[in-house]
Design a protein around this ligand. Structure first.
Ligand SMILES: Cc1cc2nc3c(=O)[nH]c(=O)nc-3n(C[C@H](O)[C@H](O)[C@H](O)COP(=O)(O)OP(=O)(O)OC[C@H]3O[C@@H](n4cnc5c(N)ncnc54)[C@H](O)[C@@H]3O)c2cc1C
Length: 296
């Protein structure tokens, strides 16, 4: 009984988390040794794609269009969802599909595959094309891949995650993020109700990272320059701290993990914002490869 009660309590705690495509499906606890075992549902299968075109959206953001018959049946229902992009391992010309080992994907030789998370910016079910907008930065596997990309290059896609459930009755929205959140914020601007005020705050590391966003009749957009030498997210934290949040405003934030942690603290502890009013997500973590895996 104690074990089942524990499972229910833990699952209840996890129900606060953003929906992910890696869902907690089993948890057991031995009273004797208190060992907790987490198993995750196997993510959707990888679909083979090939690079169809590349477009430079700004000096720091590249749109890659991936295409292939394997994209048939892929459905992205909500904005700000995500997909996993599997790339050939650095130095390996071939794309090898990894196996799911209960909690993570592994290559046949036991190494971790090059998998990164991106927003499915546009999915065209007719042409079977998928656009990803990828930030260019130093030392990134995906960033280097897209910079060197050649037409026909192989990759694979798994997903999507469920994305953001829009509360269409909300009186206002606040969207905030760094450059990695530009694709999701663009989708949200396309999807939010036209009559609802939306404040948008985007941190850019360089002034020329600004770009045109989709029109929304009631949106105000503030681009926040990261001062030279400042840590990623400092300008984002400052702008959210200074934002005017009218009662009931729905907040969506994504960016560097430690910055969004500070934003969480500010929203929930300093302002007392109900958790149900906010989605705050780490998209990457300074000094760590892969996404932030930080959606607590
Ligand atoms: C749900 C979700 C949606 C996302 N959507 C997008 C998207 O649409 N477009 C997008 O570009 N990213 C997006 N990201 C973030 C992206 O997954 C990470 O930035 C990822 O680390 C990029 O992979 P990489 O191979 O280029 O760098 P990695 O090999 O993972 O990282 C190498 C180094 O670069 C650092 N780094 C990683 N990202 C950045 C960055 N943006 N700026 C500066 N340094 C960085 C890391 O801390 C590490 O030290 C999303 C993440 C999540 C969780």
């Amino acid at each position: 009984m104690g074990g089942i009660a524990t499972i229910h309590r833990v699952l209840a705690r996890f129900s606060y988390a953003e929906p992910r495509d890696e869902t907690l499906v089993a948890m057991s606890r031995s009273d004797r040794n208190s060992t907790t075992v987490r198993a995750r549902r196997e993510p959707p299968r990888f679909r083979h794609v090939a690079m169809r075109s590349v477009e430079q959206l700004s000096p720091h953001l590249i749109r890659v269009t991936l295409a292939g018959p394997d994209l048939a049946g892929l459905i992205v229902e909500r904005p700000a969802a995500s997909v996993r992009l599997l790339l050939p391992s650095p130095g390996a010309p071939e794309l090898v599909i990894p196996s799911w080992k209960g909690n993570e994907f592994l290559m046949p030789d036991g190494r971790r595959p090059a998998i990164r998370t991106f927003t499915p910016r546009r999915l065209d079910p007719e042409t079977l094309e998928l656009d990803l907008d990828i930030v260019i930065h130093d030392g990134g596997v995906a960033s280097e891949w897209v910079e060197a990309a050649e037409l026909g290059d192989p990759a694979a896609i798994s997903g999507p995650s469920r994305g953001y459930a829009i509360n269409r009755d909300a009186p206002a929205f606040l969207l905030a993020g760094d450059e990695t959140a530009i694709p999701a914020i663009s989708q949200l601007l396309e999807a939010l109700p036209a009559q609802t005020p939306v404040q948008v705050h985007i941190e850019v590391a360089q002034p020329d990272a600004r770009l045109a966003l989709p029109d929304h009749p009631r949106a105000t957009v503030e681009w926040c320059d990261l001062p030279p030498g400042a840590s990623s997210g400092d300008a984002l934290v400052a702008t959210v701290r200074g934002a005017d949040l009218s009662p009931g405003t729905q907040v969506w934030v994504a960016g560097e993990a430690s910055a969004v942690q500070r934003i969480r603290h500010h929203l929930f502890e300093d302002r007392g914002l109900p958790r149900a009013q906010a989605s705050v997500r780490g998209y990457w973590k300074h000094g760590r490869r892969g996404d932030a895996d930080d959606d607590a």
